[in-house]
Design a protein around this ligand. Structure first.
Ligand SMILES: Nc1nc2c(ncn2[C@@H]2O[C@H](COP(=O)(O)OP(=O)(O)OP(=O)(O)O)[C@@H](O)[C@H]2O)c(=O)[nH]1
Ligand SMILES: [Mg+2]
Length: 374
């Protein structure tokens, strides 16, 4: 039997812009329409918090670790092939790693041309965090990224068919108007939309755009790979998995907030610019609290609550930031040392990985003409 091409929706945007939150909302929408939804996640590292989020919500999820979709195009084909063989999805929702750009040339164009029998590619949308956008596009912000990372950031939106300003629940009318102008001036070829992945506002506008038969990837950009590499390697990644064990029970809600604050302060003191710092603390009953920070200043975003004191828990820490991996390592280590003393607990079984992403590789020209069927 000949299979119908699967609708392929890639949702890009910088680290912490809200891709996972928005994709969860889109997944619920399409599943609610009776469609089968498959998810593909992507990161420079393995064992992603995002993959767990999608799997726990019950979605069949494939993870492509250790590099971006652009550099792992074959793995993207393989992952969608596995979804097609098992789940036979109607829609694939894909989240590229938030430090990746040139997705139109490297992924969307080959999928919609060479593999049009397998994929029906949706217009390409990227998400923006409003605070980050104002910093990166030069409007405000003393604690913004360097020019190197800002180049990467701008190129991410430059190639989008739809630029989506997310987190609009935090915007008043004047901020909204300001951002509307900023997006229109900087990315005139894209359609601008405001949404809140948290509340659902604006999805009644975004979804018809994603579902429209408009051509995907109408704004391919000419990415300077020297500058793109400089931007990517200026970033640092840290992943840690740790067991925390106390001499006496402790308050997990208090601990995760204190640890977030300690690490955020240490990162800031060492001049590291936070892109996305996330943690998950899970107690022995399986209760968990997730924490996200997407700026150097401001309170962490905490989801979930422990109702009882904890004696033993597992902790996952992911930091993505502009800074050297050693500085990320030192800040996280210091944060853990402080809570160790304060809560009288020990941390063991630590698995650490701190690194800068590998420089990206331009897509080979034959990707747009020669088919590979892994
Ligand atoms: N206020 C508000 N917060 C949001 C919204 N969407 C996402 N967030 C928060 O922003 C933070 C980052 O969201 P994610 O969905 O994990 O962002 P991401 O783009 O997937 O991040 P990476 O995978 O690290 O690149 C979390 O604290 C979310 O709860 C929104 O519409 N409004
Ligand atoms: Mg994510």
């Amino acid at each position: 039997m000949i299979k119908k091409p699967v609708r392929f929706i890639l949702l890009g945007g910088f680290l912490g812009a809200g891709k996972t939150t928005a994709l969860m909302r889109l997944a619920r929408h399409y599943a609610g329409q009776g469609l089968r939804v498959g998810i593909i996640t992507n990161d420079q590292a393995e064992g992603l918090v995002d993959t767990l989020t999608f799997k726990e919500a019950g979605y069949t999820t494939e993870e492509i670790p250790s590099g971006c979709f652009c550099c792992h195009f074959e793995k993207l084909l393989e992952a969608s092939g596995r979804l097609a063989d098992g789940l036979e999805p109607d829609v694939i929702l894909a989240e590229p790693v938030g430090s990746c750009t040139d997705l139109v040339n490297a992924v969307i164009t080959p999928l919609k041309t060479v593999y049009s029998d397998r994929f029906d590619v949706a217009p390409y949308a990227t998400l923006l965090d409003p605070v980050r956008a104002q910093e990166a596009l030069g409007a405000t912000g003393p604690m913004g990224f360097s020019k190197k990372v800002t180049y990467l950031y701008k190129m991410q939106q430059n190639e989008a068919d739809i630029v989506v300003v997310n987190k609009s629940d935090r915007l008043d009318d004047s901020a909204r108007e300001f951002l509307r102008e900023l997006v229109a001036q900087n990315f005139p070829s894209a359609t601008g939309v405001f949404v809140s992945a948290l509340t659902g506002e604006g999805f009644d506008t975004l979804i018809p755009l994603l579902d429209s038969p408009d051509e995907a990837g109408r704004n391919p950009s000419r990415v300077d790979y020297v500058r793109y590499s400089e931007g990517e390697v200026a970033l640092g990644w840290l992943n840690a998995r740790i067991i925390l064990e106390g001499q006496a029970p402790w308050d997990g809600n208090f601990l995760i907030a204190a640890l977030a604050d300690g690490i955020q302060s240490s990162l800031t003191e060492s001049g590291v610019v936070i892109a996305h710092f996330k943690m998950r603390l899970v107690d022995s009953t399986g209760t968990e609290v997730a924490m996200h920070v997407t700026q150097n200043e401001g309170a962490p975003d905490l989801n979930g609550r422990f109702e009882a004191p904890i004696q033993r828990a597992s902790l996952v820490i992911n930091v993505r930031a502009e800074g050297r991996p050693e500085a990320l390592h030192a800040a996280v280590h210091e944060g853990l040392r402080e809570i160790g003393i304060r809560f009288r607990l020990e941390w063991t079984n630590a698995e650490w990985d701190a690194f800068s992403p590998n420089p990206p590789i331009p897509p080979p020209p034959e990707r747009n003409t020669v088919r590979i069927d892994p």
